[in-house]
Design a protein around this ligand. Structure first.
Ligand SMILES: Nc1ncnc2c1ncn2[C@@H]1O[C@H](COP(=O)(O)OP(=O)(O)OP(=O)(O)O)[C@@H](O)[C@H]1O
Ligand SMILES: CC(=O)C(=O)O
Length: 609
């Protein structure tokens, strides 16, 4: 790039930014007024209502007080929402555009285990708002995981909602072996971990499942059990044994996770068991792989190459949970389809106080790249045994939502906890409340004082990479389209309606975080499930006819039938992407369409109904 070109580009970008600021000013002003006019926030938003009536009777979060940040004013009610699905002409600016429902944008990932593996419990979890069912390959069998995948398929076939499946690999974990009985350990006592097989605790000798353990450990290291519930100082070692002294006391049980603070094990990135599990996932048709203990980009590229050789479109997420993975964060995030902040192991390998910093880095890294990111582990740990969360847990959810995570995850809370549905309801409500408050506070900052810099999640796309004709490339054009569609939708206070075959444009729209929902219609069930993870996107399945207008009308009618839109409301319609569906009929367009009489009353032609 020549110096001149660079200057030109900068000045274009500067002008563009200035214009955009002016436009977003209007956008925010409208949004604040719209939000002030809206006092109800619907929860369990991603379990789509089947009819407008159904939508009306859904649980709502109503604020009797003046602003959504006023938690004391909030009340849960299961009563009918007087606004949902009904005429909603009260929004400001002469626009009758705003949908009355404030739909939750942050998605919920739930680990399925003994507490939630039955048809009844899994369906309840999905109805309560689960968008992704996580299968942890450290537990259960292929048969039990296949049964869960079949249940998710059955749920999706009911048309009640869209749930994706995520297979989480066990990864190269170092574990202690089976014990004859648990060993109580007091501070100062000694113990020996050995690579000799069959040591079950006699003479305080315990086997470890990995020979390289000896080389990975040095005298003076801190050795942790299950992320720190017991800790040891390494005091000596031989060719086969590691001697340790108890620092934090506890009871050592069978097959516990061992790791050395600040060091990653030198195990292969993907173990033989992982490859068998990945093959199982391909055969069973899961939607996402979450790869444990990813160390660098190469392992991602290897799995992606293997997947494409199998003709599989499974998306690959990297779990960032090791000292190695944070060192290689940028190259890993460049290679993956998304990431998980796996705080359990991350907090064992790194000092605990570093975890919030890395959580933020990982979220921002994914947000910059337009890739989905999940925040996981301990989000509502106390709800494994208690029916209500701690205040700190509520704050933790709010922080992840404010930082811009696409999804938040539950582990033991839904796998074996006593209150899985309550845990989902808490995540859902806290996310919803936080999102509503964020939108308002952002606006207040922008139009109020200069006290705090506005939260700026999005930057306008640059006019990067030009095509052979000299203009922006298709990819850059799509990004600009997504950006300007978002600005337009925000200005009119309307949700977005997009048609997509591969999910690219809905993902781009999600990246720009529009104020309202992105209703993404696709004719591919797997693309629909992939989109279930993306922030603010409600993915719906629909056959695309050759007639663009007929398809658009069918989509609007489907949204009306589900209670998402009502007569007189407007939607921002986006037809774009690298391969627009109706290129012959229209190229790239952004339009604002109003819901008319012809969209009312007809039954939805959604494929999943
Ligand atoms: N498919 C399953 N079958 C049985 N139990 C499960 C299953 N999935 C999860 N669990 C239980 O839920 C707990 C929490 O789930 P999570 O996915 O967070 O496990 P984990 O903490 O990664 O596992 P580990 O205990 O191996 O470190 C597990 O420790 C296990 O007891
Ligand atoms: C989710 C997970 O694996 C972790 O937090 O370590």
């Amino acid at each position: 790039m020549s110096g001149d070109g660079s200057r030109q580009r900068q000045s274009w970008a500067a002008r563009h930014t200035q214009k955009t600021r002016q436009t977003t000013s209007k956008v925010r002003a409208n949004s604040i007024e719209n939000i002030l006019a809206e006092q109800e926030y619907r929860i369990d938003a991603f379990a789509a209502p089947q009819t407008a009536k159904d939508a009306r009777s859904r649980q709502t979060y109503s604020t009797s007080g003046g602003y959504p940040g006023d938690l004391s004013a909030g009340t849960f009610s299961s009563t009918s929402s007087s606004r949902q699905g009904s005429s909603n002409g009260s929004s400001s600016g002469g626009s009758s555009s705003s949908s009355s429902a404030w739909l939750r944008k942050t998605k919920l990932v739930c680990t399925i285990g003994p507490a939630t593996g039955s048809r009844q419990e899994l369906f309840k979890l999905a109805d309560a708002g689960m968008s992704v069912a996580r299968l942890n390959m450290s537990h259960g069998s292929h048969e039990s995981h296949k049964a869960v995948i079949d249940l998710v398929t059955a749920y999706n076939e009911t048309g009640r909602g869209c749930v994706a499946t995520m297979l989480d690999t066990k990864g190269p974990e170092v574990r202690s072996g089976d014990l004859a009985e648990p060993i109580p350990l007091e501070r100062g006592q000694s113990l020996t971990f050995t690579i000799t097989e069959g040591e079950t605790g006699k003479d305080r000798r315990v086997s470890v499942n990995y020979d390289g353990f000896i080389d990975d450990v040095s005298i003076g290291d801190e050795l942790l059990v299950d992320g720190g519930i017991i800790s040891f100082a390494v005091t000596g070692k031989t060719d086969t044994d590691v001697q340790v002294e108890v620092v934090d006391a506890g009871v050592l049980e069978s097959r516990r996770h061992l790791n050395v603070r600040g060091k990653s094990a030198t195990l292969p990135a993907i173990t033989d068991k992982d490859w068998l599990d990945l093959k199982f996932g391909v055969d069973a048709g899961v939607d996402y792989f979450a790869l444990s203990f990813v160390k660098d980009a190469q392992v991602i590229l290897d799995v992606k190459k293997w997947l494409s050789a199998q003709g599989s479109k499974i998306k690959v997420l990297a779990k960032i949970e090791s000292a190695d993975s944070v060192k290689a964060l940028d190259e890993i995030l460049d290679a993956v389809d998304g990431a998980m902040v796996a705080r359990g192991d991350l907090g064992a390998e790194l000092p605990l106080e570093d975890v919030p910093f890395w959580q933020n880095q990982i979220i921002q890294g994914c947000r910059r790249r337009g890739k989905p990111v999940i925040v996981a582990t301990n989000m509502l740990e106390s709800m494994i045994s208690n029916p209500a969360p701690t205040r700190a847990e509520v704050s933790d959810i709010a922080i992840a939502v404010r930082e811009g995570a696409d999804a938040i995850m539950l582990s033991g809370e839904t796998a074996y906890g006593k209150f899985p549905l309550k845990a989902v309801a808490v995540q859902s409500t806290v996310a919803l409340r936080t999102e509503a408050a964020m939108t308002r506070y952002q606006g207040a900052r922008r139009f109020g004082t200069d006290e705090a810099a506005p939260i700026d999640w999005v930057t306008p796309p640059g006019r990067r990479s030009s095509s052979s004709s000299g203009g922006p490339s298709d990819g850059a054009l799509s990004e600009m389209f997504a950006y300007h569609s978002t600005t337009m939708a925000n200005t009119v206070g309307a949700p977005l309606l997009v048609f997509s075959k591969k999910g690219g444009m809905p993902a781009l729209l999600s990246h720009y975080r529009p104020n309202k929902t992105v209703f993404a219609f696709t004719d591919d069930a797997q693309v629909q499930r992939h989109l279930a993870l993306y922030h603010g996107v409600i993915p719906l399945l629909l056959s695309f006819s050759d007639d663009a207008e007929a398809t658009i009308d069918a989509a609007i009618a489907a949204l009306v039938a589900r209670g998402y839109l009502a007569k007189g409301q407007v939607v921002t319609l986006v037809q774009s992407g690298k391969r627009p569906i109706w290129r012959s009929a229209s190229t790239h367009t952004i339009q604002v369409r109003r819901v008319e009489s012809k969209h009312m009353g007809s039954s939805s032609s959604l494929d999943d109904d």
